[in-house]
Each structure stands twice: as C-alpha cells, then as structure tokens.
Design a protein. Structure first.
Length: 274
C-alpha cells in the first residue's frame, strides 16, 4: 500500500479530513524552503504538495506565480527539488508523510517520463499532480509512474460533467483533486453548497478519496470543506505567508518558516475533532 493510501486510510479511521499543504520548492530560497518542508508534518500537514516552479504557470493565480518567480530567481531546479525530498526523508526519518510534486507536464516531458519517474521515486516522492495533464494524455506518464510505485492525481472541476468524469477517474490514483472554483488558484472563494453537491455526485462513481483545493484559504473554509471532502488543500494562503514575511525589498527576515508553520497549525486544528 502506498504512503498516500495508508495516510487516507488512517484519516478515515480517525474520522477526519486530511490537511494537504502546498508550498513552492525554493521559495524564497532553497534553505528556508527546506526548513518549511521539514516542519510541515509537525505543524499538522497530512500530505504535502511540493510545487515545481515553472516559467508559464497557466493555472496559478498571482500568489503562486510570484512564489515560483522567487524560487526560480533563487536557483531552484528539478534536481534541487528532488534533493529537498531526499534530504527530508533522510534527515527527518519520516517515511509516512506523502509528498507529491505539483506542477506542469513540460518539466516531466523535458526530462522524459521514464527518467523523471525513476528519479522522483528514488528521491522519496509519492506521486504527481500535473495540472495540465488531461486524462486523454495520461497514458504517456502513467505506465512509468505505476512501474515506480507513484500515484498520478488528476483534477476535476465544477465543469466536469458525468460524460467526462469516467475518463478522469480511470486515469487517476491515490486520490482525486477537486478544483473548487472555475479559474486560477487563490482568486475566488468556493461556494460551499455547490462544492458539497459536486463531491456527493462524484462519490457515487468512485471510492477514491477526494481532496478539495484552489480556493481554500482560512481555517473556517477548511472546516466547511472537510464536512464532505477527504482532504482539504491549501496553497495560496501559505505562499502569501512567505511573501508577507519578507522585507519590502524581498529580503528574508528570519520569520518565514514560523509564519507558514503557524498558519498550518491553525488550519490543522480546524480539521481535527474538538
């Protein structure tokens, strides 16, 4: 059983939704980014999405775009991202927290899907969330992911109708990522009633866990989504916490990791039984 499957099984046994945290690898620099990554499980993150910065992030709102720009300026690369995960597994001894790489397929394509999957698995990665990979093209990546024990998490949205849903479900593993808004990350608030309705519809067609993301920023929103979802993903709020910790000139101030981890703690508390 994969780390992702084990984690969702434990969450189900605990009768709560999991907190899925997104941070951008290398933001604001590799050292501080690693400090954040290392501290996430202790702060209450159940699963970690580690963003792979890309020069053309079509699905990302301003906050995550800026995070990617800071990371690229600081010199982040795919190899450096793998190194962060490898270091996390070695130094923390954490062999339970799932880490997924989130980003765009171009980064996989440039390296080649077979090589990419082998190197990701060797580093301790558990799967991918590639926001521009449609189910019709997933067979280019999925065999290599499966061969290396990696999950390929696909996205579904309010616009995904019952005709298209089976194709998404047939090509996703680990869990299904439900995009709660129509648009880019962090730019609108999700309609809780609508999200609940869509997830109830999707659950009639799959036993996979469902995580909700793209619009959740506050503990209150996370708690509302947790009433129906198996996981709640938060990203823009966390990268905003990185930005807010920097000086007006964009320099680090020593508060970055604590700012992010304090927010993670408040989100985690909202998802746990009183």
């Amino acid at each position: 059983m994969s780390r992702i499957a084990q984690r969702f099984a434990q969450l189900k046994a605990d009768k709560r939704a999991g907190l899925v945290t997104y941070v951008s690898a290398g933001d604001p620099d590799v050292d501080i980014s690693y400090q954040i990554l290392k501290g996430l499980p202790g702060a209450g993150a159940d699963l970690i999405e580690l963003g792979m910065p890309f020069t053309d992030p079509m699905a990302d709102g301003p906050s995550i775009q800026l995070a990617g720009q800071r990371a690229l300026k600081a010199g982040i690369t795919v190899d450096a991202t793998f190194d962060m995960v490898r270091r996390f597994r070695k130094e923390t001894g954490d062999d339970a927290t799932p880490i997924l790489l989130m980003g765009y397929y171009n980064l996989v394509y440039q390296r080649g899907p077979e090589r990419f999957c082998k190197e990701a698995a060797a580093a301790g990665v558990d799967g991918f969330i590639l926001v521009d990979l449609p189910p019709e093209e997933a067979d280019e990546l999925k065999p290599h992911a499966v061969a290396n024990g990696l999950d390929t998490v696909l996205l579904t949205a309010p616009t995904t109708d019952d005709k298209r849903l089976p194709a998404v479900l047939a090509n996703t593993s680990g869990f299904l990522y439900y995009v709660s808004i129509t648009g880019i990350t962090g730019t609108a608030e999700p309609d809780v009633v609508a999200v609940h309705s869509h997830i109830a519809r999707i659950k009639k067609s799959t036993r996979l866990p469902i995580a909700v993301g793209f619009g959740v920023k506050t503990p209150q929103q996370a708690k509302a989504m947790a009433a129906v979802a198996d996981g709640v993903a938060v990203g823009s709020a966390l990268v905003n916490a990185v930005k807010e910790s920097l000086s007006p000139k964009g320099e680090t101030t020593g508060k970055t990791a604590s700012n992010v981890l304090d927010l993670v703690k408040s989100l985690s508390r909202a998802l746990r039984p009183a």
